[in-house]
Design a protein around this ligand. Structure first.
Ligand SMILES: Cc1cc2nc3c(=O)[nH]c(=O)nc-3n(C[C@H](O)[C@H](O)[C@H](O)COP(=O)(O)OP(=O)(O)OC[C@H]3O[C@@H](n4cnc5c(N)ncnc54)[C@H](O)[C@@H]3O)c2cc1C
Length: 423
């Protein structure tokens, strides 16, 4: 075992693991560490889930994308196991106990557009999945997909509410979550070899100070990992970001969660959330969000309206309002800029940098990190300095990106834009 000797000052608080970033990666690992008796604290700069987790569609993927591409790689084999793990957590029969998390749906629909390419995709989708799609007959189809050509299938991938997920973790770990000012209120003491020996925190409003003395430090700050690494003098070329331009539609829409598949691509992925005034809101991901990156808001909304009509024939979009948000996926660098397909971490002395690359892969990341970290941690120790910690501010839960959005466009305006373009 690699034991670490620590010189403590009077106000130092020894902690076995300090995590930076309260998205799904940090929160899942925090739960796993503390349920094994290790002392751990998580520092969050904004709200829990800010960045990707709150902006995600909440789908617990089981490898469909890989099988659509005709591959059954190691990564596909690992992601296949994720829906089962999440299902047990969401049922409260495994830790983390996520049973209070509201589900958007127990399953996703899978359907296709009419092209030959998309027919082949559906065939590919049947291979190799733990949660293989089951074809629905006409009577089992939801009304909204009645006019879709060809097969409509059901895929047992759960869809959860990201805000509810963050709330579940906040309730269980409130005492271990600290809100920090990552710019003005954070300093690192580094040893000559580059190890973090002390994390100095200051809190302006209450004029409080905390010195955390960690054995190990894990960066699970999504896009923020790179900046944290830079502050510790570490290479910044290990991460990449992939931008997305997500479209949201709200109004009198049916509840729908699923993927419209076109060949090896998901033409659009739809997830449903209820707004605070009781409307249904659809998040539109998949190709719309990827192709929309280089489009203005007006362009991406107009494009999405055409795509949605093509993906769901007969859909009534009158009286809907449309908006969009931009968000970056933060991931390990792949060299070719393509998306990585497995959870990833790397170690620099006592600093660990981690990206799950998918919400669904958080259990895999935590499992791999625990295996690597556990032999380095001393015997389980409670945190000394609880009084100082009790008074420290806690992070809130991040808002959904559309909750703070004031700029909404009526569907009738989008049809005018599309008619003008076509003329
Ligand atoms: C639009 C979109 C849709 C997606 N849909 C899905 C899906 O349906 N299914 C799926 O499996 N995956 C999905 N993903 C991917 C998934 O959301 C991410 O892989 C996952 O949420 C990443 O979690 P994370 O904890 O690593 O990072 P994040 O969720 O980005 O969290 C990082 C946290 O670190 C904090 N932070 C940043 N800097 C600092 C700092 N210096 N100090 C302290 N804290 C800091 C941030 O405020 C934030 O709370 C989607 C991603 C996007 C963008």
């Amino acid at each position: 075992m690699e034991a670490r000797t620590r010189n403590l000052n009077q106000h130092d608080i020894p902690v076995q693991v300090v995590l930076f970033g309260g998205g799904i990666a940090g929160l899942w690992l925090l739960d796993e560490l503390t349920s094994r008796g290790y002392s751990a604290l998580l520092l969050e700069a904004r709200g829990l889930g800010s960045g990707q987790t709150i902006a995600s569609q909440g789908i617990i993927h089981g490898g469909l994308k890989y099988t659509l591409q005709g591959m059954l790689t190691r990564s596909a084999a690992e992601i296949r196991e994720m829906p089962g793990i999440w299902k047990a957590c969401l049922a409260g029969t495994r830790t983390p106990d996520l049973s209070p998390t509201p589900l958007r749906s127990e399953f996703c629909y899978l359907w296709r557009t009419e092209s030959l390419r998309s027919r082949l995709g559906m065939i590919g989708a049947r291979a190799g999945l733990r949660v293989a799609p089951t074809s629905l007959d006409e009577t089992e189809r939801p009304d909204v997909l009645q006019h879709c050509p060809g097969t409509v299938a059901r895929l047992d991938e759960q869809v959860l509410s990201p805000a509810g997920l963050m709330e579940s973790f906040l309730k269980q770990h409130r005492d271990r979550l600290l809100k920090i000012d990552a710019e003005k209120g954070l300093e690192f003491d580094l040893s000559a070899s580059g190890e973090i020996t002390r994390i100095r925190l200051t809190e302006e409003q209450t004029d409080s100070q905390l010195n955390l003395v960690p054995e190990q430090v894990v960066f699970t700050a999504g896009k923020g990992n790179i900046h944290l690494r830079q502050r510790c003098g570490l290479s910044t070329t290990v991460g990449q970001t992939r931008p997305l331009h997500m479209v949201v539609v709200r109004g009198n829409l049916p509840w729908l969660n699923g993927h419209c598949v076109d060949g090896a691509k998901t033409r659009v992925t739809i997830s449903s959330e209820q707004t605070s005034d009781g409307q249904t809101l659809w998040q539109l991901g998949g190709q719309i969000a990827e192709l929309g990156v280089n489009m203005s808001r007006e362009e991406v909304l107009a494009f999405a309206a055409v795509e949605l009509k093509a993906a769901i024939p007969g859909l009534d979009l009158n009286d809907t309002e449309w908006s969009s948000y931009r968000v970056d996926r933060a991931e390990p660098v792949t060299g070719d800029g393509k998306r990585p397909d497995h959870a990833f971490f790397l170690r620099d002395d006592n600093i660990w940098t981690a990206w799950p690359t998918k919400l669904a892969l958080a259990p895999q990341l935590a499992d791999h990190l625990l295996t690597a970290l556990s032999p380095l941690l001393t015997a389980n120790q409670p945190i000394d300095g609880a009084d100082l910690l009790t008074r420290w501010p806690r992070p809130p839960i991040a808002d959904y990106p559309w909750e703070t959005e004031a700029d909404w466009t009526n569907y009738s305006q989008l049809t005018t834009i599309n008619t003008r373009r076509a003329a």
